[in-house]
Unconditional design. Structure first.
Length: 317
């Protein structure tokens, strides 16, 4: 079977699961506050999650659990049975996708179902009819099975931040930032690799995407995409109690990995029983140091970056 056939099989499998109830858990509230990662596209959220699941006991959506988006309890049970304490990630990913049954997954099918999003390239639906009560219950059921605090890495945590914060008991949030210049460069490179051209849109969209998509110049469109998502992140961060979030920068992991991991674990689980795994991590390459995607566009890129980010000081975040 090729990958497309496998995807079709699991789609049909989940359609059948939808109509087969699983015994419900008598639990109305989270035992632990869940954590959501809010980050820019190409902002290293997969990397952050791989670091975290390799250095503390935390519940997360693995590739095996993600296969059962209609009945995540089944996936959670499989993960609970076969996942070994002390798992260390391969720290490999490509465009947010990972390989290996216990590597993390962004779980797009699940979030689109519950957030009433019709298409995979849609990130916000103003007319979403969301059953927050049942969504919360699904997440509580996963927590109940894993008996661990949960973490979620999904691009929808940015566009649906207000609803998540209101209806999921004011969860914890990790605001992960990365140099906007490097993010824009990375998205340009990703468009070339995936589509062999710059003009095809890629990755998460800001709420005002209808405006962004009308920008004809693809370089400007990418930089506007990052600017407006960054604005949304900063606005979301300003709305919530400081005790409910931490802010990290991708660059922090290269300046002092141990200190950054201690801060991250203290905020999410306060379980340091696996922190010694950090010494076995490979030497990570700082992807901010990759070459510019195409020097023929450098002058144009710098012009538009200055247009949007002039006066913005990344160091002050």
């Amino acid at each position: 079977m090729d990958q497309n056939q496998i995807n079709i099989f699991f789609k049909r499998f989940n359609e059948n699961l939808r109509h087969n109830p699983i015994s419900k858990f008598d639990k109305k509230n989270f035992k632990f506050k869940p954590t959501f990662i809010v980050a820019l596209p190409r902002g290293a959220s997969t990397f952050l999650q791989q670091l975290l699941i390799s250095s503390t006991n935390i519940g997360y959506i693995s590739n095996i659990m993600a296969l059962f988006w209609e009945k995540p309890e089944l996936g959670a049970m499989l993960q609970k049975k076969f996942h070994k304490n002390g798992f260390i990630s391969s720290f490999k990913s490509q465009f947010g996708n990972t390989e290996g049954i216990f590597e993390p997954h962004e779980w797009g099918f699940f979030w689109r179902k519950w957030l009433d999003i019709k298409k995979s390239d849609q990130y916000f639906n103003k007319k979403s009819n969301i059953n927050w009560k049942d969504l919360k219950f699904e997440l509580i059921s996963i927590e109940k099975i894993l008996n661990l605090p949960l973490i979620f890495d999904t691009a929808y945590s940015n566009t649906y931040f207000d609803g998540i914060n209101k209806h999921l008991d004011q969860p914890k949030t990790i605001f992960l930032f990365r140099s906007p210049y490097s993010v824009c460069n990375s998205i340009c490179k990703a468009r070339i690799i995936k589509f062999n051209k710059l003009s095809t849109f890629y990755a998460a969209k800001p709420k005002n995407f209808n405006y962004v998509k009308r920008i004809n110049n693809p370089i400007e469109q990418i930089i506007a995409q990052v600017w407006y998502i960054l604005e949304e992140m900063l606005e979301s961060m300003s709305k919530i109690n400081k005790r409910n979030y931490i802010k990290l920068k991708y660059e922090d992991f290269f300046e002092n990995l141990n200190t950054t991991m201690e801060k991250l674990i203290n905020f999410t689980t306060n379980d340091f029983s696996l922190i010694s795994n950090v010494k076995d991590f490979p030497n990570f390459k700082n992807r901010n140091n990759i070459k510019f995607f195409d020097n023929r566009y450098k002058k144009e890129f710098d012009f538009f970056f200055n247009k949007y980010f002039k006066g913005f000081d990344y160091n002050k975040i």
